[in-house]
Ligand binder design. Structure first.
Ligand SMILES: NC(=O)C1=CN([C@@H]2O[C@H](COP(=O)(O)OP(=O)(O)OC[C@H]3O[C@@H](n4cnc5c(N)ncnc54)[C@H](O)[C@@H]3O)[C@@H](O)[C@H]2O)C=CC1
Ligand SMILES: O=C(O)C(=O)COP(=O)(O)O
Length: 544
């Protein structure tokens, strides 16, 4: 059987992960770590891949990702996604996933290893002895027990470090805006504002992601506020510490020592002053480099890709809500209903969009409606945009265009188990349409403008407004027949007898232009629109 999906692996991945991918006949695996150092070749190779697995060595920059049309998934075998331009990936409709948890313990242990090695001068003492010296007093260290450790970032790694430091008899202070003070106390950590942390700690360790907000979290002002003789460990990301400011603080004696596992850039230049500094202990980004962590993240990365590309299941995505297989199976038809409603709106009114209001009623109101709104938006924008729109990027693309997509929810419905209504405001008009599923998957249009209607939301639909009078519907039928266009179904709706009414005719083919001209010339026919939707059962690739 020929493989369906091509997966590129551009960083060193444990063979156990590669085996998981290779064992699935749907997957062709291409391993090429040279690509990580060649952005142009990487860009070209990604053009022929459905998924890519990376670690921290591959930079997925905007230049590499822009314009990628085949690539659907990026999996980071590890935690930090700062080497991926997630914004560009999202705009391109590419899901970005990571494997949190798999390397937590190894990273926490490495942090403790650095903390101990720094305090006990392990590296210089080892080098000295190997050079033939027996220098015991020069390498007198400092004990961890009884000292205060400040942890910035109390996520998985930060908490695991806290637990271990407490085991060494340290007092632990912590700062994390997303951990409640009560939970921190339960973990034995004293929640502490950053300003207070600097002046109270003998040791500081960082465990936050690198973002625009955390870049240079520690700079000259923070070093100035620190307790003299503080020791610093960084096993998170190089950009978190302003490196020249750290060197100055080390030289001034304010900081007694630093242990650094991560750099900016990686690898650092051979003459990097921080790497060469005598008070700095360095390792080459080894936090996650244990056999156990590497097997765990590689196997998990492979499973994430198989689940996503093979089954449409989204786990550990950083740029879209997670979606498991059962939920996707259950929501699939509602997602498609939302998408078709969006496609209908786009064709009913081609004015400049201002806002969209989606109203969810009944059972569907308690489901993941944000995804249905994304599906609506994808359907609504897909013909207008050159880039492909899917569940990942639809809401972002709308937001970038200044279009607000809002939702309302209500458990009550009058006639339907679940009802989705969309109101789109453009510079021309405000248009309203509602749809519901009949049975599990029959998609029905049940409201158009002020009218109730009931017809299949599929294929070619001729929608017309007209005066509610005898004979008009018959002449439309005759006209279609004369042009050899077969009518599959016909439905009419009206607000009052003898007033303006709406008609929806499901056709087997698109009527020729002469037929439409003849229709428009019929007396008492006010508007005619031809809508083209997917046929019954047809789903886009991203919903299969
Ligand atoms: N050296 C290595 O090999 C490894 C490095 N890492 C790095 O460690 C970081 C943490 O990993 P995990 O603990 O697994 O991630 P996590 O997502 O569980 O924890 C990150 C924590 O940082 C907190 N945070 C975010 N901004 C903050 C701020 N401004 N101040 C204080 N806290 C803030 C978050 O609320 C979260 O609790 C990763 O983002 C990655 O950069 C992770 C694994 C291996
Ligand atoms: O998981 C992370 O964030 C790490 O920093 C580990 O990086 P690596 O996969 O070892 O290149």
């Amino acid at each position: 059987m020929a493989a369906t999906y091509r997966v590129l692996v551009t960083d060193k991945l444990a063979s156990e992960g590669l085996e998981v991918l290779k064992a699935d006949p749907r997957f062709e695996v291409v391993v090429d770590s040279k690509l990580a150092g060649d952005p142009q070749a990487l860009r070209t190779a990604l053009g022929e891949a459905d998924g890519v697995v990376i670690r921290s060595g591959t930079m997925l920059t905007p230049e590499v990702l822009r314009g990628q049309t085949r690539l659907k998934a990026i999996v980071r075998a590890g935690v930090g996604v700062d080497n991926i331009d997630v914004t560009t990936a999202t705009r391109q409709g590419i899901v970005v996933m990571n494997t949190p948890g798999g390397n937590t313990l190894s990273t926490a242990e490495h942090t403790l290893a650095l903390l101990l090695a720094l305090s006990r001068n392990i590296a210089p003492a080892c080098a000295s002895l190997k050079a033939g010296r027996w220098d015991r007093s020069k390498y007198t260290g400092s004990q961890l027990a009884g000292k205060t450790l400040g942890i910035i970032g109390l996520g998985r790694v930060g908490q695991a470090v806290a637990q271990r430091a407490i085991g060494f008899g340290m007092k632990v202070l912590g700062h994390d805006p997303f951990l409640s003070p009560d939970r921190a106390r339960e973990l034995g950590i004293e929640p502490t504002p950053l300003a207070e942390m600097w002046c109270r700690c003998d040791y500081l360790t960082l465990h936050v992601p690198l973002t625009e907000e955390t870049r240079h979290l520690i700079g000259p002002a923070q070093f100035a506020a620190m307790k003299p003789g503080v020791r610093i460990v960084n096993c998170a990301r190089g950009g978190l510490i302003d490196e020249p400011a750290l060197i100055a603080a080390l030289d001034a004696g304010k900081v007694a020592g630093a242990a650094i596992d991560v750099f900016e850039p990686e690898p650092p230049p051979a003459d990097d002053p921080l790497v060469r500094h005598p008070k700095v202990l360095v390792t080459p980004h080894l936090g996650a480099s244990t056999e156990e962590a590497q097997i765990s993240v590689a196997v998990e990365a492979a499973r994430l890709l198989i689940d996503f590309l093979g089954e449409g299941r989204v786990r550990f995505a950083v740029n879209m809500p997670n979606l498991d297989k059962a939920e996707l199976d259950e929501l699939r038809h509602h997602l498609e209903l939302g998408r078709r409603l969006g496609m209908l709106h786009a064709q009913m009114d081609r004015g400049a969009a201002r806002s969209v209001k989606l109203d969810y009623r009944g059972d569907i109101a308690s489901r993941n409606t944000r995804l249905i709104s994304a599906a609506f938006t994808a359907g609504w924008m897909e013909t207008a945009l050159t880039e492909s729109v899917n569940l990942v990027n639809a809401l972002v693309l709308a937001q970038e265009r200044g279009i607000q997509i809002t939702e309302s929810h209500s458990r009550d419905t009058e006639d339907f188990g679940s009802l989705i209504s969309a109101e789109v405001v453009t510079d021309r008009k405000t248009y309203h349409a509602s749809a519901a599923l009949f049975g599990r998957q029959r998609m029905r249009l049940v409201g158009l403008g002020p009218y109730q209607i009931d017809c299949d939301l599929e294929g070619v639909m001729l929608i017309f407004t007209h005066l509610d009078r005898p004979g008009l519907i018959g002449s439309i039928g005759t006209l279609m027949g004369n042009h050899n266009v077969n009518i599959a179904q016909m439905n009419v709706g009206r607000a009052v007898k003898g007033g303006e009414a709406i008609g929806v005719v499901n056709l087997d083919s698109i009527p020729p232009e002469e037929a439409l001209e003849a229709l428009r010339a019929l007396p008492d026919l006010y508007s005619v629109t031809v809508i083209q939707l997917p046929e019954r059962g047809e789903l886009p690739a991203w919903l299969l």
